[in-house]
Write a protein that binds this ligand. Structure first.
Ligand code: ADP
Ligand code: MG
Length: 261
């Protein structure tokens, strides 16, 4: 459980009536989701239910056909002109995306860069920091994820769990307002899952706003303020873990939980 959810501050992420389709294939069918500052949201649901697409819409990697997403009260991908909305250009979208961290299932580190440079690259590329300051920040973040001694290594020299911890440090380097995790431990050997979950738990308890897609139900129970169950491109139910995980109201949620627990 995170410590400091503020119910009165503007939502960190607000997803409003989002619909997404590819041709005739409807992937998101009217999703509403509010993530408050400091809140930890865990998204569960069967394969194909639209979880990754929802994260990609939040990060503006996909544009919804209907609906919109706001970050700290500001619409993503568009700018208000009085009552009209105007689409933003690529640069403005990149700037918005820099306020959202994204951690992928398969780490997606730059193979040709050292661990230190992987973490320092984005603050330098976006000109948020000069190189020496970025390297100092990167060292601090590597220490935070327990990898201070791997700064000079290349990704291929690390275990999957270590690579994912580097990816988390990299996501933190832009000091994002929220970090999205898409099945961060699914590609890991079982013995490496714990070290990655421990790092995510450290972020959760220190007040970082997190949205995590995972099948780790025990972990969800431990850290989530809110559990969201998706099926068929819709949110079927959401609430605290004590409700959604321990006393689900919907048959589909019960059925899913009986398969993954
Ligand atoms: P989940 O992460 O819950 O497994 P996804 O969001 O990845 O689900 O996918 C939901 C559905 O959307 C799946 O049926 C998938 O095949 C489809 N889908 C996702 N991305 C695309 C795409 N770029 N083009 C066509 N269909 C897609
Ligand atoms: Mg997915």
């Amino acid at each position: 459980m995170s410590i400091a959810v503020d119910d009165h501050a503007p939502a960190t992420v607000e997803v409003h009536d989002v619909h997404k389709w590819y041709g005739a294939h409807r992937v998101l069918n009217g999703v509403d989701l509010t993530v408050r500052p400091g809140e930890v949201t865990v998204i569960l649901g069967p394969s194909g239910s639209g979880k990754s697409t929802l994260l990609r819409v939040i990060n503006h990697l996909e544009k919804p056909e209907i609906g919109h997403v706001s970050l700290n009260g500001e619409p993503i991908g568009v700018r208000r002109h009085g009552t009209r909305l105007k689409e933003l250009g690529e640069r403005a979208i990149l700037a918005q995306r820099g306020r959202i961290g994204f951690v992928f299932q398969n780490f997606n580190l730059f193979p040709h860069l050292t661990v230190l440079d992987n973490v320092a690259a984005a603050p330098v590329a976006t000109r948020r920091l000069a190189k020496p300051a970025a390297l100092e920040l990167a060292r601090d973040l590597l220490a935070r994820v327990g990898l201070a001694d791997k700064a000079g290594a290349y990704p291929r020299q690390l275990s999957g769990g270590q690579q994912q911890r580097v990816a988390i440090a990299r996501a933190l380097a832009l000091r994002p307002g929220v970090i999205l995790f898409d099945e961060p431990t699914s590609a890991l050997d079982p013995e490496l899952v714990g070290e990655v979950l421990a790092v995510i738990k450290d972020l959760a308890t220190s007040g970082t706003t997190l949205v995590i897609v995972t099948h780790e139900i025990g972990f969800a129970r431990e850290i989530a303020d809110r559990v969201v169950f998706m099926d068929g491109g819709r949110i079927v139910e959401q609430g605290p873990p004590s409700e959604v995980l321990d006393a689900p109201r919907h048959e589909r949620t019960r059925d899913f939980l009986s398969k993954v627990l």
